[in-house]
Write a protein that binds this ligand. Structure first.
Ligand code: NAP
Length: 306
C-alpha cells in the first residue's frame, strides 16, 4: 500500500516505479496543484498537461508571437512545463525560439521536437536548424515524427544523444494505422518516450498500445486528446450530463481530458490551443476529482451514442 504520508502529487510522480494498475483510483487525484508523473527510469517528472504547439506556431506569421507567448505563460502559471513542437517554417520556428528564450520561460519548459525528414543528411540538417532557431545547444526530447524513415532517423537521434545535444529520444504516431509498425519497433528498440493518439472517441490505444508501453517502462505522451478539435464540433449544442459534476467536470474539454488522465501509463497529455483561457481550462482538468472505472465507462458510452 502507498505510504499515507506521501502527497497525491508524489504518489502520481512515482507511478511507473510503483507498478500501479492501468486506471488509477479516483482517490489518487483531487489535487490542488498540477499532478506530475515521473519519466520511467529517471528522477525527473513532467506535468501531466502540456501544450501541443503546432497550430499556435503556425499562426505566428499572421498573429505575431504574443498569442503563443501568452499560452505558454498560462501553461507555466498553471504548473505545466511540456511544450511539443514540429519544425516546419524557419521564420515561425525562429520566432518560437525567441519566445522560449524569454527569462521567465527559458528554464520553465521541457521542450520536445521532431525530425520528419527522409535521409540521414536531411535529418541532421533539420535538427541543426531546430537547435539554431530555438537558440539551444540541447533540447529535452527529440522524436521521429510518425515513424518517418524510422531506422535512419533513429540512428541519427542516437548520435545526437551521444553528442550531448538531446536528453531523451522518442517516436510519435497519431493514428492506429501505425500501431503495428510501432509495436515492431518496440520489440527491437527501447525509446524513452512514445507519443500516441488517445481520446475518449479514439480509444484503440487503450487496448493496443498503452499496456505495452507501460510494461516496457516507456514515458507516454498523448496527442489528439480532442481529435484536433473534431470532438468539439461533435459536442456543439450538447449539454454536459449532470453527473459530470460528480468528478468536478464543468466543460466538454474537461470531460475529454478527465476520461484519459486516470490512465497510469500516461506521462503527459498535449492539448493544442492558441487561446490562453483554453490552456488554463485544460490545465484545470487535471485538478479535482477524476472519474472512476464505472464513470469512465458511462462517459465512453455517452460519447459513442452521439
Ligand atoms: N504525428 C505527430 O507527431 C502528431 C500528430 C498530431 C498531433 N501531434 C501533437 O499533438 C498536439 C495536440 O494534438 P492535436 O493537434 O490533434 O490537437 P487537439 O489538442 O486534439 O485539439 C486541438 C483543437 O482543440 C481546440 N481546443 C483546445 N482546448 C480547448 C478547450 N479548452 N475548449 C475548446 N476548444 C479547445 C483548439 O482550438 P483553440 O485554439 O481555439 O483552443 C484546437 O482547434 C499537436 O499540437 C502536436 O504537438 C503530434
Amino acid at each position: 500500500m502507498a505510504d499515507a504520508s506521501l502527497t497525491r502529487r508524489e504518489i502520481l510522480a512515482a507511478i511507473p516505479a510503483l507498478g500501479l494498475p492501468a486506471i488509477l483510483p479516483a482517490v489518487a487525484f483531487a489535487d490542488e496543484a498540477m499532478p506530475m508523473r515521473r519519466i520511467p527510469g529517471s528522477n525527473e517528472s513532467l506535468a501531466i498537461i502540456g501544450l501541443g504547439s503546432s497550430k499556435p506556431v503556425d499562426q505566428i506569421a499572421e498573429r505575431g508571437a504574443e498569442p503563443l507567448a501568452s499560452v505558454l505563460r498560462a501553461l507555466v502559471a498553471s504548473g505545466g512545463n511540456v511544450v511539443d513542437t514540429w519544425p516546419r517554417n524557419a521564420d515561425n520556428d525562429a520566432a518560437f525560439g525567441t519566445i522560449i528564450e524569454q527569462p521567465d520561460l527559458r528554464d520553465a519548459l521541457f521542450v520536445a521536437s521532431k525530425i520528419d525528414r527522409t535521409g540521414r543528411e536531411e535529418g541532421i540538417r533539420q535538427f541543426e536548424d531546430t537547435l539554431r532557431h530555438y537558440r539551444r545547444d540541447r533540447i529535452d526530447l527529440l522524436q521521429v515524427f510518425s515513424l518517418t524513415d524510422l531506422d535512419t532517423q533513429w540512428r541519427n537521434l542516437q548520435d545526437f544523444r551521444e553528442q550531448g545535444r538531446v536528453r531523451y529520444l522518442g517516436v510519435t504516431v497519431s493514428t492506429s494505422r501505425l500501431y503495428d509498425a510501432l509495436t515492431q519497433f518496440l520489440r527491437r528498440e527501447k525509446p524513452d518516450f512514445v507519443q500516441v493518439n488517445y481520446s475518449i472517441s479514439e480509444r484503440e490505444a487503450e487496448q493496443r498500445m498503452l499496456p505495452l508501453l507501460q510494461d516496457n517502462g516507456v514515458a507516454v505522451i498523448i496527442n489528439r486528446p480532442f481529435m484536433n478539435g473534431a470532438l468539439f464540433e461533435k459536442l456543439a449544442h450538447r449539454q454536459l450530463p449532470a453527473w459530470a459534476a460528480e468528478f468536478d467536470c464543468t466543460s466538454w474539454a474537461e470531460f475529454s481530458l478527465k476520461y484519459i488522465l486516470p490512465h497510469a501509463a500516461i506521462t503527459c497529455v498535449l492539448t493544442e490551443t492558441s487561446n490562453p483561457e483554453h490552456m488554463r481550462e485544460n490545465a484545470g482538468a487535471a485538478l479535482g476529482l477524476m472519474p472512476d472505472q464505472a464513470q469512465r465507462r458511462a462517459m465512453a458510452e455517452l460519447i459513442d451514442s452521439l
